[in-house]
Design a protein around this ligand. Structure first.
Ligand code: FAD
Length: 245
């Protein structure tokens, strides 16, 4: 009997890679085939037969797919990321032909409170870049971004700049959870985990549950904490969970 061959997955080339810290990097992929997605969705890429999901940080109008990846070392159970970590410009990965996910812009609300830890910023970058390209003035965005260390606050320069330029519609508040660590020595911004500053900024910006929605993306502990606090207050909370604790 003839064996049925599995169809080979489409591939993409790594066009560029930028190191952020020793365990965080951004990479830009050029898929061989056209790849369509909505801002906030994810793609599934692979190497060595292993595949994982990655939120897309680029917006659909951009030429390449931009992914922001954190290394989970082998000794902590990482499988694909130790392989991806060794891949540089010109190397290839597989990519599933369709984008997935429902963590996308919810147009029925005026105010969009976007809460992220480290790599969890990726889908918001896509949504915000798309909004700047195609959006109307009808919406407002409040991006609350947390990390342990200042150098992990990837995309902060872009977000500061966008927030300054669109100061009526976009607010950006980064926070670090280890203010006393020498790595954070010159930090003058917010301190504390990002979930602990959500209430303060909801109050400060006068946001109400009937015209605002909360998005949470990244660390599962942060997601649980925000849901536990704000769902009982009547807020709708949309989540994208990158891993389970
Ligand atoms: C919808 C979706 C979107 C995602 N988007 C991104 C993204 O934009 N960037 C990104 O880096 N990852 C993202 N992830 C996680 C990604 O799919 C992988 O799980 C992650 O890169 C680790 O892959 P791995 O094969 O090395 O380890 P895995 O085999 O996936 O996981 C090994 C262990 O590490 C845990 N783990 C996974 N990720 C982390 C982490 N960041 N920190 C601590 N522990 C972790 C897992 O729960 C597991 O216990 C996303 C996941 C989902 C479901």
């Amino acid at each position: 009997m003839q064996e049925r061959k599995r169809k080979a997955l489409p591939q993409a080339t790594i066009i560029e890679r930028k190191e952020i810290t020793s365990d965080l990097w951004i990479m830009w992929l050029k898929p061989d085939q056209q790849f369509k997605f909505k801002p906030g969705q994810y793609c599934t890429i692979g190497s060595g037969g292993v595949e994982r999901a990655y939120s897309i940080a680029s917006a659909p109008h951009e030429e390449n797919l931009e992914l922001f990846v954190e290394l989970v070392p082998l000794e902590e159970g990482g499988v694909l990321t130790p392989l991806l970590y060794e891949l540089f410009k010109g190397e290839r990965v597989t990519i599933r032909p369709t984008s997935k996910g429902v963590f996308t812009f919810s147009p029925k609300f005026k105010n969009h409170i976007m809460v992220a830890t480290v790599t969890g910023i990726a889908p918001y970058i896509s949504i915000i870049r798309d909004f700047i390209q195609n959006g109307t003035d009808d919406y407002k965005f409040y991006i609350l971004y947390g990390a342990s260390y200042v150098d992990e606050l990837t995309y902060d320069s872009e977000l500061y700049e966008i927030a300054e330029k669109h100061n009526n519609s976009i607010k950006f508040i980064p926070t670090i959870s280890r203010p006393h660590d020498p790595r954070n020595i010159n930090w003058t911004g917010e301190n504390g985990r990002v979930n602990s500053i959500v209430e303060k900024y909801i109050g400060e910006f006068g946001l109400k549950n009937d015209n605002s929605t909360i998005y949470v993306c990244g660390h599962p502990g942060m997601i649980e904490s925000v849901k536990e606090e704000f769902q009982p207050q009547g807020f709708s909370v949309l989540e994208e969970r990158f891993w389970k604790e």
